[in-house]
Design a protein around this ligand. Structure first.
Ligand code: NAD
Ligand code: TDX
Length: 342
């Protein structure tokens, strides 16, 4: 694999993958195709060698542009998406455009030129799991986790358009022989995550003198993985995965939101209760949990950044030291949340 296209490579997780490939695989060239929406940022690609990484600013749903660049690639790794649940509840259309039409446009070009495709998706396509405390036996044992056999049951416009994009890819594999793999990952955290998302929102709130905001009672559970581990997993699947297969990516990082907010406050030297409860999200998924044994056992992947406390400390330091990266968007993001009582 000498030349790959990374869609959404100027976003949070896509840019981490671009750095990962440039740093670990010296023979590979990367073309980033990114529309630079509010979530994309050229600065996320700063410092990469120009002869190995090119940014093309454009829409994945632009069939003419996509056809032109996919023709010369060995693989497309597809990260581009509208990615935030709360935005999808206010205005679903961009999610339909990018996540569905955009994915369709890419797989049509990959089919035409027989180019390898990897589809980056989310555990949210499976809906949610019950909280452990609501299970018979009151939380004894681990409770069920998502596997690649779990039926699709998405809750929001975001997760339903991601689910639809997964199904398009699966159908193109079966009916057209598209050389594709899929991955469904749990919640990522780390530097460069947009400040609309839970963890960076709370860190930048504290740095701005605003109280962290917890939706509802904060019992909802997310399965946290460091974005570096997501990148190594996607590279493993791209290079060793079996065509047509879906791999779930996770690092056994389940925490409820209240615990995460309290940990951020503690690590930032604040009283543990210095946060506010705000309006809950409509249709708020209760619990996500990933069984990644297929990826671990069949492809030999293991996560390296599994100390959540240490990962959060590093992430907090990054937002503290890179205020110019996020400060320009803070006021608008908070004003939009405030309109919803969040
Ligand atoms: P992000 O919102 O930070 O970045 C998305 C990127 O896609 C941005 O750079 C944006 O400019 C670009 N983009 C959006 N629409 C586009 C279009 N029409 N054409 C070209 N580029 C476009 O998202 P993220 O959190 O980095 O997520 C990346 C991918 O990983 C998504 O597919 C998401 O569903 C998936 N994922 C995310 C998580 C998570 O925790 N954030 C977990 C599992 C899977
Ligand atoms: O201010 C907040 N307070 C709060 O309690 C925000 C922004 C969120 N929350 C809660 C909602 C969720 O239970 O925190 C949890 C995490 O919220 P998000 O960061 O919005 O993530 P989530 O909705 O779980 O989705 C994320 O993981 C799966 C990504 O945004 C998706 O792109 C990915 O597919």
């Amino acid at each position: 694999m000498q030349h790959i296209i990374v869609t959404g490579g100027a976003g949070f997780i896509g840019s981490n993958f671009v750095h990962y490939v440039i740093n670990h695989h010296p023979d590979v060239k990367v073309t980033v195709l990114d529309k630079l929406t509010y979530a994309g940022n050229r600065a996320n690609l700063a410092g990469l060698p120009e002869n190995r990484c090119e940014l093309i600013v454009g829409d994945i749903a632009d069939a003419e542009l996509v056809d032109k660049i996919v023709k010369d690639a060995d693989a497309v790794v597809h990260y581009a998406a509208e990615s935030h649940n709360d935005n999808s509840l206010k205005d679903p259309y961009p999610f339909v455009h990018t996540n569905l039409i955009g994915t369709y446009t890419l797989i049509e070009a990959c089919r035409k030129y027989d180019v390898r495709f990897h589809h980056v998706s989310t555990d949210e396509v499976y809906g949610d799991l019950p909280l452990r405390e609501d299970l018979p036996g009151h939380g004894e044992g681990e409770g069920e986790k998502f596997t690649d056999k779990t039926p699709y049951n998405p809750s929001s416009p975001y997760s339903s358009t991601k689910a639809g994009s997964d199904l398009l890819v699966k159908a193109w594999v079966r009916s057209f022989g598209l050389k594709a793999t899929l991955s469904n990952c749990s919640n990522n955290y780390g530097p460069y995550q947009h400040i609309e998302k839970f963890i960076p929102r709370q860190i930048t709130n504290i740095l701005s003198g605003i109280k962290p905001k917890l939706y509802g009672q904060g019992k909802n559970v997310r399965d946290w993985i460091h974005t570096e581990d997501h990148s190594s997993a996607v590279w493993t699947i791209l290079t060793k995965g079996k065509i047509g297969e879906t791999y779930l990516i996770g690092a056994d990082g389940e925490e409820d939101n209240k615990t995460v907010i309290e940990l951020i406050l503690e690590l930032m030297g604040q009283p543990k209760d210095a946060y506010e409860h705000v309006n809950d999200r409509a249709g708020h998924d209760l619990r996500y949990a990933i069984d990644a044994s297929k990826l671990r056992d069949e492809l030999g992947w293991t996560p390296q950044f599994t100390d959540f406390r240490a990962g959060l400390e590093d992430t907090i330091s990054w937002y503290r030291e890179n205020q110019e990266w996020w400060q320009g968007q803070k006021e608008e993001v908070e004003a939009n949340y405030a309109k919803n009582g969040q």
